[in-house]
Design a binder for this molecule. Sequence first.
Ligand code: BMA
Length: 862
Amino acid sequence: MMERLKSDLKRTTLIASSLVWGCLLSAAPLRMELNQGWKFRQARLSNWYPATVPGVVHTDLLDNRMIEDPFFRLNERGLQWIDKEDWIYETTFTLSEEMDKKQNINLVFEGLDTYADVYLNDTKILTADNMFRTWKTAIGDRLKQGENRLRVYFHSPIKIDVPKWDALPYQYEASNDQSENGGLFNKKISVFARKAGYHYGWDWGPRLVTSGIWRPVYIEAWDEARIQDLFIRQKEVNRQRAVICGEIEIEADKEIENARISIADTKEGKELGAQTVRLHKGINKVEVNFILKKPHLWWSNGLGEPYMYNLRTDLVISNELKDSRTQPTGIRSLKLVHQPDKDGHTFYFELNGVPVFAKGANYIPQDNFLPRVTDERYEKTILDAVRTNMNMLRIWGGGIYENDIFYDLCDRYGILVWQDFMFACSLYPAEGEWLENVRHEAIDNVRRLRNHPCIALWCGNNECNDAWFNWGWQKRYAKQNPEYEQRIWKQFTDQYYVVLPEVVKEFAPESDYWPSSPFANRDGGSDDHNGDRHYWSVWHGKEPIEKYNSERSRFFSEYGFQSFPEFNSVKQYAPQEEDWDIYSEVMMAHQRGGEHANGLIESYLLSEYRKPKDFREFLYLNQVLQGDAIKTAIEAHRRDRPYCMGSLFWQHNDCWPVASWASRDYYGRWKAQHYFAGKAFRDLLVSPIVEEGKLNAYVVSDRQSPTNGTLTIRVIKLTGGVVNSFRKTTRLKANNSNLLFSIDLADVLKGTQKEDVVIRAEWKDKDGKCYENNYFPVQQKEMNYPETQIRHSIKPVKDGYEITLTSCNFARAVYLSIENDADSFFTDNYFDLLPDEPVTVKVNSSLSPEDFEKRLQVASYL
Ligand code: BMA
C-alpha cells in the first residue's frame, strides 16, 4: 500500500511520459537524490563517522554508538552537550553525463535544521536559517567534472541564539522552553530560531535540540522549460459542477514560441483543458481553466468516500513532452462558518454544504528525531485516527509543518487537517529580517500543501493570543515598560494579522485563516460563545471531571487528561524495578509536568477510584480514569450540538515515552482512552446521563439522513437481573442531538440502590447495527462491584485469536494483556462485561496456542 501511495505521488517524469508519448524522452527534468556516502564530524574534532541523510546528529551519534539511546531512563540529561557543538556533514557526488548536459542544475534541500552554511567544492553557496523552508540554489557553474564535494556546516543553535537573548533589554515569553534542562538557566532562546518549538522541551517532551539535513536533498536538472509549481484552484464546487483553475508556473530558460500546457484526468483518461502560450525567460504563470460536471466529491471519514482525482499536467514544446506532473486532489468545498447567531458566533466547518461536527485530536510530531519516523508509522498514526472514527486532526503549532505523506494519508482516508503555523505558547521577535523569514516559510508551506483537500484551516498560532490577554503577559510587559509592551504587541499583530493572512490570501485564496487557537475576538482572550476554546479547568484547573458536562464552547479545540503508558511500555524505557514508582527519578524524568502533574493524577484517581494496590494497578487505573474523563467530555460536546460543533482532545500521540495526555503512547499502543474515544466518536452516540434528578438519554446522530431504530434502557443489577427496562422505537433526526428519554432517576431505579446497578442504554438501527453505553449513577469508588470470575475461551483465527469472555456478575473495565508481548493489538479493551452477556474480541498474535493461553492476562476493577 505504501509503495503504491508513494509512486502515485511522485512527480511523473520519464515513465509517465513514455506511457503518454509512446517513447522515452530524454528532455524531461532529471533528479538525483543525494542520500549516499555521507559522513559527519564534530566541527572542532577531526574524526569522521558515517551518517544517514535525511537524519539528525543525535541519531547519527546513536548509530555510531557514541551516545546511548536518548529516550532510555535518564539518558537525555547527559546529551545536552550536543546542541552546543557545531557539526559538519559531507558527501561527494558525480553527475551522470545526461544530467551534466542540462542547462539548469539546482541543488535542493527540502529541510535544513537549522543554521547551516552549505559549501560546494569549498565555495559557500547557501546560508540557511529556517528548518521549515525549502532551500534551492543554482549550482551549474560551480560543478566540476567528475567528483564534487558537498559540505554542510551546522552552527550550534544555542551558540547562535544566546547572544540575541543577551542583547535584549526585555525577554520574549516562551513558557514551555526548558532552558534550565539545557544548562541555559533562564535563557529561553527558542523564540529566535525558526525551528520546531518542542525540540527545546515541552510539558510532554524532552529537551533535545537537533541539527541535521532532516529532509531529502537532491539535484535537479532541466533544459528549456519545466513545471515549477502547480495549484489546482477550486473556485466553486457544488454537486452540479466544479469550476477549476489550474494555475501553473512554468520556468523557462529562454523565449519559447509554442508551449502547450494541458491537464488530464488520468483515471478517466480524458483531457480536461489546455492552453498554448508563449513562454518568456523566467517564471511564467499559465492558467488552464475547466469545469467538472457532477464532480465526484471528496468527503471526510464518516460522511462518504474521500474520492481523489488524479490530475496530470503536461508541458509540451515542439511536440516533445518536456515535463509532466501528476497531482492527486480531492474536489470539495470546505469552509469555516463563523457567523453571528443569537449566542455569539458559530464556529464550524462546512464540507460540500454539510455542517461537519469535528471529531478528533491534536497531533504533535511523532518523534524528537523526525527523520526516523517511517512511512509505516505515519500510516498507523492516521489509521489509528480513522479506526476511532475521527474526522479531524489539528497539527499543533509547536511542532512542524508535516511531511507530505501525512497529508497524503489524510487525503486518502478523509481526515480533515487544522493546520497551525509553527508558533506556540511564546512571543516572537516578529520584525525585520525575522518576519521576512517567516513570510517565506509561510509561502513555502502554503504552496506545498494547498492542493490537499484535507486542509481545512490555517491558524496563526497555538495559545499566543490567550497568553497575551489571559496569562498575564501583556500586564507583565506593561509593568516593566510600556514601550516593550507596545513594541511586542505590534510585532504580534504584524505577524498574525498582516503577514500570515496575506500569504494565505495570496497563495490559497479559498482557504480560511484563523488568527490563533483558541480565539474569539481581536483584542481579547477566548470565550465560550465565540470561536474555539481550549478547556483546561478539568486537569490544569483541578475542577472535577463532571465539569465537562456543563462547560460549553462553539468548538473545543483542546482539552485533555494525563495518564502513564501501560506497563509493557514503561518496561521499555524504565526497565529496572527501582524505576517502578511514579515518583522514581526515571519516571519523573519522563513526566514533564513534574510532581504537580503526578499529584493531579493521584488526586483525581482517589476521588474517583479506590487506591490502587501497586504500580501496575496504578498504571491500569490511571488509564481507565483518563478514558472516563475524555469519554465524559466527548459525550457532553456531542450532546451539545449544534451549539458546539467540534471536539478535539489533547493529544493523539507522543514524541517519546512519557506520562502525558496522549491517547496512544510513543510506541503506538492504544491507551484505554483511545478505545473509549473510538466508541464515543461513532456516527451515532447513545449517551445516558443524570441531569437535575432525571435520567436523560440522548442519541446524537452525525448521519446525513434520518435513522429508524429502537432505544432500550435497562437498569441491570451488578449481580445479574434487570430491575427495570424501557423501549422506544423512533426516527432520529439527521445531524442532530436527540433527547429521546427523560424520566426521574428514582422512578427508573424502583428503589434499588444506585451503587448496585449499571444503567445500560442501547440503540439498535432498524437493520440491526447496535450502539451501546453504560452509565454509573455514582462514582466508581462508591459502586458495589461484586467479586466475579471472568471465564474466557480462545479460538485460533487468521493472524491471531478470538477471545470470548463472560462473567456471572458485572465486571468493570476488563483489561486484556499478554505478558511481555507488547505488540499484540486487541480490537477492544478496557470494556465492561454485563452479567452473563459474552463479549468477543480479536487479538493479532503470532504466539503458539499454548503460549498465548499461558501469557494471556485478564484483569478488571473491583
Ligand atoms: C495545550 C497545548 C500544549 C500543552 C498542553 C498541555 O495548551 O497547546 O502547549 O502541551 O496544553 O499542557
